[in-house]
Design a binder for this molecule. Structure first.
Ligand SMILES: *[C@@H]1O[C@H](CO)[C@@H](O)[C@H](O)[C@H]1NC(C)=O
Ligand SMILES: *[C@@H]1O[C@H](CO)[C@@H](O)[C@H](O)[C@H]1NC(C)=O
Ligand SMILES: *[C@@H]1O[C@H](CO)[C@@H](O)[C@H](O)[C@H]1NC(C)=O
Ligand SMILES: *[C@@H]1O[C@H](CO)[C@@H](O)[C@H](O)[C@H]1NC(C)=O
Ligand SMILES: *[C@@H]1O[C@H](CO)[C@@H](O)[C@H](O)[C@H]1NC(C)=O
Ligand SMILES: *[C@@H]1O[C@H](CO)[C@@H](O)[C@H](O)[C@H]1NC(C)=O
Ligand SMILES: *[C@@H]1O[C@H](CO)[C@@H](O)[C@H](O)[C@H]1NC(C)=O
Ligand SMILES: *[C@@H]1O[C@H](CO)[C@@H](O)[C@H](O)[C@H]1NC(C)=O
Ligand SMILES: [Cu+2]
Length: 584
């Protein structure tokens, strides 16, 4: 059977065998307690959490009939790392490629997967996924160049976990009560949405372990005691095997490793994930940053406590070489510099900026603007200032220079593409200077999430060969909701010829009263008139600090309403004027 199919394969394209995989999903609230500390409201699928892993073969068509059964929140699905080539309207980010799917509404996601490797899927709406709506998306590949090197596959997710729901955490984070922009610190680290997991292994075998960090915030170090391994894939790109002892995986990154087991089955071995505490402004008393699992060689042997380590020296992903030998792309046709900063605006909250612009959702989803503004779609003005739009010409080589003028580490993600990483500075190197930069690698590493070093820079390159609307953003959910995103409008005139928005996508907008044509402000007559567009709060007046503004608000309030009001409201409910809906 296998043999005859193999023979047949030689004669006809493999896509003949592509199948359609259909999922019927009701997104609903469930309850979960994965860290054994606290039961909390968690978003599940069909009444279950952890949510299912999607597993398909390269070439398959996926259909997800999604129903929003949450009752009190909008939702959407994004398939992280998939190019959605020809189906940009299935990419999922709210107000970028679709409207929110309101409670009681349904939407069909229908697309083809032509890439191999390790991905994940998650909600792309208002920082929602850390409440549970995130899971693995695995694409098997009969042409995997490493397939003869392993016997079995294992999927392993890493995550952080909060005891509060995201809407509450976001309102506290993006508030005048938090002018320094300190991000909420998770209560626990998880592996496979659990802790103390065991992996049954057999002696003398090699496992392909697909590791996915589905966290909101925390990067994790990961090591397997007394087992070295080889990295063979990052973010869906096969790499020449690279020896490693320890990994650093930021939120949204994936790494696959080949792990060969010992021949001796007398004992078991711990493996440990440890959240990078550099990301936390303050480490709360009693936080356990670690999560442990065990490679089980022998069920009768104990599970040893992990030994503490103090040498955290991960492999440098910049050294990885894609197995396909993809060469450095030609010099860029268009170079975009994005300077990262954090600052307070006049509502007293702390926002994140590229080039002084903080992202705000437009009134009309950017894709619908691109489709309905005729030849004006190539003019970035129609997308509004706060989507921070860049229009890319079809097939141009694009360079993105990210100058991280912030002491934090930020994992930047580009939708719709892999990028080559042509340069990454050391920490504190300042802005990119092409004159002093080293020559880019001949075969540069490619991936879809890259960690930008603190007060340093990173330079990326890709070809604009995928017409669509693609976000470029920090994948720390806190920074996405505080505006660290830009929008790439790739080949909009091409899109006008190729994309038809399905009826159910338009119906989702109609139900919520969201316009589906015109510029970012919903103007269908004069595309260059952005009056009424969503904007961020204005900057602080010169000489004012966020604290000063808060004091002023309080003084005015108490003068008019008396101190009783302040006592009544307390500090939990912000009294300061709320910004326009800002999260994405
Ligand atoms: C895992 O084990 C640790 C150490 O014994 C314990 O503190 C923790 O509660 C366990 N986690 C779960 C989810 O049971
Ligand atoms: C982790 O979860 C995935 C499904 O999400 C499952 O396929 C896998 O077996 C689990 N791995 C372990 C080590 O439990
Ligand atoms: C989805 O789940 C909710 C909550 O359990 C239920 O009320 C609703 O009927 C379900 N809808 C569908 C279409 O299955
Ligand atoms: C304002 O923003 C800066 C930069 O993020 C921060 O350091 C500062 O603490 C914030 N608050 C005030 C009151 O200025
Ligand atoms: C396990 O045994 C095989 C066969 O004897 C040998 O080739 C291999 O090197 C051994 N592996 C280890 C890790 O010792
Ligand atoms: C977590 O692991 C690290 C590295 O082994 C160790 O230094 C640290 O003490 C551990 N933390 C806890 C709370 O056990
Ligand atoms: C980014 O910052 C550098 C250094 O301050 C400046 O020269 C450059 O003009 C800035 N770029 C943009 C696009 O704002
Ligand atoms: C998208 O499809 C076009 C046409 O097949 C192809 O040329 C291009 O390389 C693809 N781009 C990506 C990112 O997959
Ligand atoms: Cu960030």
């Amino acid at each position: 059977m296998r043999f005859s199919r193999f023979l047949f394969c030689l004669a006809v394209p493999s896509t003949i065998f592509a199948k359609t995989v259909t999922y019927d999903w009701n997104i609903t609230w469930t309850s979960a307690n994965p860290d054994g500390q606290f039961d909390r409201r968690t978003i599940g699928i069909n009444g279950k959490w952890p949510i299912p892993a999607i597993e398909v073969d390269k070439g398959d068509r996926i259909i997800i009939n999604m129903h929003n059964g949450l009752g009190d929140e909008d939702t959407s699905l994004h398939f992280h790392g998939l190019f959605q080539n020809g189906t940009t309207h299935m990419d999922g980010p709210i107000q970028t490629t679709q409207c929110p799917v309101g409670p009681g509404q349904s939407m069909v996601y229908d697309f083809k997967v032509d890439q191999p490797g390790t991905y994940w899927y998650h909600s792309h709406n208002k920082g929602q996924y850390p409440d549970g709506l995130r899971g693995p998306f695995i694409v098997h590949d009969k042409d995997d160049p490493h397939k003869d090197l392993y016997d079995e596959e294992i999927v392993l997710t890493l995550s952080d976990w909060y005891h509060e729901n995201m809407p509450k955490l976001i309102s506290e984070f993006l508030s005048y009560t938090n002018p320094s922009g300190a991000e909420p610190v998770p209560q626990a680290a998880l592996m496979n949405d659990s802790q103390n997991i065991t992996i049954a292994v057999q002696p003398g075998k090699t496992y392909l372990v697909r590791i996915i960090n589905i966290a909101a915030f925390a990067a994790q170090y990961l090591w397997f005691e007394d087992h070295d391994f080889k990295v063979v894939e990052v973010d869906g790109v096969y790499t020449e095997p690279l020896d490693a002892k320890l990994l650093y995986i930021s939120a949204a990154q994936r790494v696959s490793i080949l792990l060969t087991t010992k021949n001796d089955t007398t004992r078991n071995y711990a493996f440990v994930g440890s959240m990078d505490e550099d990301l936390f402004d303050e480490v709360p008393e009693g936080l356990n940053q670690n999560v442990t699992g065990w490679l089980m060689y022998n069920n009768d042997a104990p599970k040893p406590e992990p030994l503490p380590i103090d040498d955290f020296n991960p492999i440098d992903d910049f050294l990885l070489v894609p197995t396909d030998g993809g060469r450095l792309l030609p010099d860029p046709d268009y170079s975009i510099t994005l300077n990262v900063t954090m600052d307070n605006l006049s509502d007293g909250a702390n926002y994140a900026f590229f080039n002084g612009i903080t992202f705000v959702r437009p009134k009309v989803p950017t894709l619908y603007t691109a489709l309905t503004t005729r030849e004006f779609a190539t003019n970035p003005v129609v997308y509004g200032v706060n989507t921070h739009g860049y229009v890319l010409n079809h097939m141009d080589i694009i360079e993105i220079v990210v100058n991280n003028n912030d002491p934090g580490k930020h994992p930047f993600h580009l939708h719709g593409h892999h990028f080559q990483v042509t340069h990454r500075s050391s920490d504190d190197a300042g802005n990119y200077d092409p004159r002093s930069a080293s020559t880019p690698p001949v075969i540069p590493m490619r991936r879809d999430v890259i960690l930008a070093p603190p007060n340093g820079n990173v330079v990326l390159r890709f070809r604009a060969d995928n017409a669509g609307i693609w976000l470029f953003h920090c994948h720390l959910e806190w920074h996405l909701v505080s505006g660290l995103a830009a929008t790439f409008i790739e080949a909009p005139l091409q899109l006008q010829k190729t994309i038809t928005i399905p009826e159910d996508h338009l119906a989702a907008c109609k139900r919520l009263g969201i316009p589906t044509s015109g510029n970012a402000a919903g103007n269908t007559k004069n595309f260059l008139d952005l009056t009424g567009a969503n904007t961020s709060p204005p900057p602080l007046p010169p000489g004012f600090t966020a604290r000063g503004i808060v004091a002023l608000v309080f003084t005015a309030m108490s003068a008019i309403l008396g101190m009783a009001v302040i006592v009544l409201y307390g500090m939990a409910e912000p009294i300061a004027p709320r910004a326009v809906v800002h999260d994405e």
